[in-house]
Design a binder for this molecule. Structure first.
Ligand code: GTP
Length: 357
């Protein structure tokens, strides 16, 4: 059956709403609960076929809206700079300042400027209004290597271990991805490896029950043991995808970094070669700090993919270029909001178009 986009929204947004509702200890004031539909799906939903045109349009708009702060920071200043006139050193200097203040970082700014200068020479550009397109092309060249969507069909179960600092968006990402994977017809199992936060386990469990996603937990558990059990359970049940949640940690907390390295080793014992994806979730609001997080987590774990969340709340979206320059690990998904449809695979040209629209 072909579902219209708004129908899918109802089907998938409600489970995520419930997920967020149960995820954290909520303040005392009542949270509005939607009146309909009142029944939650009792089985894994059939894979919906998205209405591609409507869906793309909606995502393009969301992305544009989500990137508005970054666009205002970057694009707003560029409009003035690229308003027409001679290309000279002053223009390059001002462009450098704009890029640096947009969290692009020193190395990526230098790389982009060199690239633009080469384009100016090669294409004999003379008017600064032509620099806009040159900058777009330079950015596209820098960001395209990061556009490598996550393919989960290579292993069964395909094991994804999520990591990141506290509050980066790991658990929310798990909820969004679980719904998306289910919508593609894949079975999902979640390992509640965030044993640090007492309520996290029960919250994930409640969410899992309501959405027919099996959540493996353990009383007073060691995260490695919980995830080991989860992987074995997924093997026995023929599950397609395991997502292992882990507690938030700072790369400077060496004992916690050692703990997650152990989790990784134990997953490999349960299923040699796993985890197949080490997904680092980054809060885009952290700007240049995100670059340091990528380096530190990658050094410790060998990160295979990134999720850049909360691009909607920040003017620091330029950090994506800094990451591309310093450690070009694929950005699997970007997040521009809290709804399920607000997390999508990263597409470089789509991103740049939204940034310059
Ligand atoms: N605006 C916005 N909010 C987001 C996005 N992604 C996640 N959030 C919110 O960010 C907050 C923190 O997300 P969590 O998923 O709890 O983060 P976490 O990494 O699991 O946190 P810990 O378990 O404490 O380490 C939640 O309130 C999410 O709803 C996004 O793309 N945009």
């Amino acid at each position: 059956m072909r579902l219209k986009y708004y129908e899918i929204q109802v089907k998938v947004s409600l489970p995520l709403f419930m997920f967020n509702l149960f995820k954290k200890d909520k303040p005392a004031e009542p949270t509005p609960i939607p009146q309909q539909p009142t029944t939650l799906p009792s089985s894994i939903p059939e894979a919906p076929i998205l209405d591609q045109a409507t869906n793309n349009l909606s995502w393009a708009e969301k992305l544009k809206q989500g990137l508005s702060r970054t666009r205002n920071q970057l694009g707003g200043q560029l409009v003035g700079l690229f308003g027409g006139g001679k290309i000279d050193d002053d223009v390059y200097e001002e462009l450098e300042t704009i890029l640096l203040t947009s969290d692009v970082g020193v190395a990526a700014t230098q790389k982009l400027l060199d690239d633009i200068k080469n384009r100016v020479k090669r294409q004999s550009l003379s008017d600064n209004s032509q620099l806009r397109e040159a900058l777009k092309q330079a950015l596209l060249e820098l960001l395209t290597p990061l556009q490598k969507p996550l393919v989960t069909s290579t292993h069964k179960p395909f094991v994804i271990m999520l990591t990141g600092v506290n509050g980066a968006g790991k658990t929310t990402t798990i909820g969004k991805l679980a719904n998306q994977f289910q919508a593609e017809g894949k079975s999902v199992l979640i390992a509640a490896g965030d044993t640090f936060r007492a309520a996290a386990r029960e919250q994930l469990q409640v969410w899992g029950e309501r959405n027919n996603v099996h959540v493996v937990t353990q009383d007073g558990g060691d995260p490695a043991a919980v995830i080991f059990d989860a992987v074995n359970s997924a093997k026995a049940k023929g599950i397609d995808i395991v997502m292992a949640d882990t507690a938030g940690r700072l790369p400077t907390q060496l004992n916690l970094m050692e703990e997650i390295r152990k989790v990784q080793r134990v997953i490999d014992k349960a299923l040699p070669g796993a985890p197949h994806e080490v997904l680092l979730v980054l809060d885009a609001n952290t700007g240049q700090n995100a670059v340091m997080q990528v380096n530190a987590f990658d050094d410790a774990l060998g990160v295979t993919g990134l999720v850049l969340s909360k691009l909607d709340g920040t003017a620091k979206g330029g950090v994506i270029a800094a990451i591309a320059q310093s450690r070009p690990i694929p950005i699997r998904y970007i997040g521009v909001g809290e709804d399920i449809a607000d997390l999508r695979p990263f597409n470089a040209s789509e991103f740049i178009e939204a940034l310059f629209s």
